[in-house]
Design a protein around this ligand. Structure first.
Ligand code: FMN
Length: 190
């Protein structure tokens, strides 16, 4: 079950934008992050929820998509995410071990996958502009944006040879291919 869920939880970048992703669904997903591990149990993360067209547009304008797809500059109108979760850190309760946001993201995305949804973790963010657009106080640092929606693309995993290219690609039929290293190539033998 968990293997299937993780395998299905790919990064999706094209969505059925007309699909309505409710505020309550976003709350349910953040609740999964709330229950996840946190360094020293400090729980410094805060979440901005967005499922309204106006706020979605502000977020979309300040994120970048798929750096390896040079001829594609992000989802066109009609294929954009229905919702976003912006992950912030309260710098007044932050812990130096900063990986809570990765764990939170995975919890949220696995929850989304279980609901038949999908998304993408976005680290390429114009943080000053997004801060200004959403009026985020200086105390909170923007860490990640999660784009969410009903996926409109097929994503498949490909085997990656030890010295192969890690770049994902999209074929002429629009399927997105993601190379993954082999298990024996990542288990370190001592
Ligand atoms: C921390 C982090 C930041 C990422 N930032 C971006 C990003 O800015 N834009 C984007 O399109 N994808 C981003 N991704 C998605 C990765 O490109 C994706 O995870 C990778 O290509 C592997 O695909 P998969 O998630 O389907 O396994 C990010 C992923 C992680 C974990």
């Amino acid at each position: 079950m968990i293997r299937d869920l993780i395998a299905k939880n790919r990064s999706y970048r094209r969505f059925h934008e007309e699909f309505v992703l409710k505020h309550d669904t976003l709350r349910e997903l953040v609740d999964l992050a709330r229950l996840s591990a946190s360094a020293a149990n400090m729980q410094p993360l805060r979440y901005i929820l967005s499922c309204e067209a106006e706020r979605n547009a502000l977020i979309f304008a300040n994120i970048a998509w798929a750096m390896y797809l040079k001829d594609w500059h992000g989802p066109r109108e009609g294929e954009r995410p229905s919702a976003y979760i912006v992950i912030l850190e309260d710098t007044q309760i932050a812990h130096p071990l900063r990986c809570d946001h990765g764990i939170a993201s995975q919890s949220i995305l696995l929850g989304a996958t279980e609901k038949g949804l999908g998304g993408c973790i976005i680290g390429s963010i114009n943080k000053p502009k997004l801060r200004e657009a959403l009026k985020i106080p200086e105390r909170y640092e923007i860490l990640l944006v999660l784009a969410l929606g009903k996926p409109k693309e097929k994503v498949v995993i490909e085997p990656l040879q030890p010295h192969g290219d890690i770049k994902y690609w999209r074929d002429s039929g629009g399927t997105h291919h993601v190379p993954k290293r082999a298990l024996d190539d990542i288990i370190f033998q001592v």
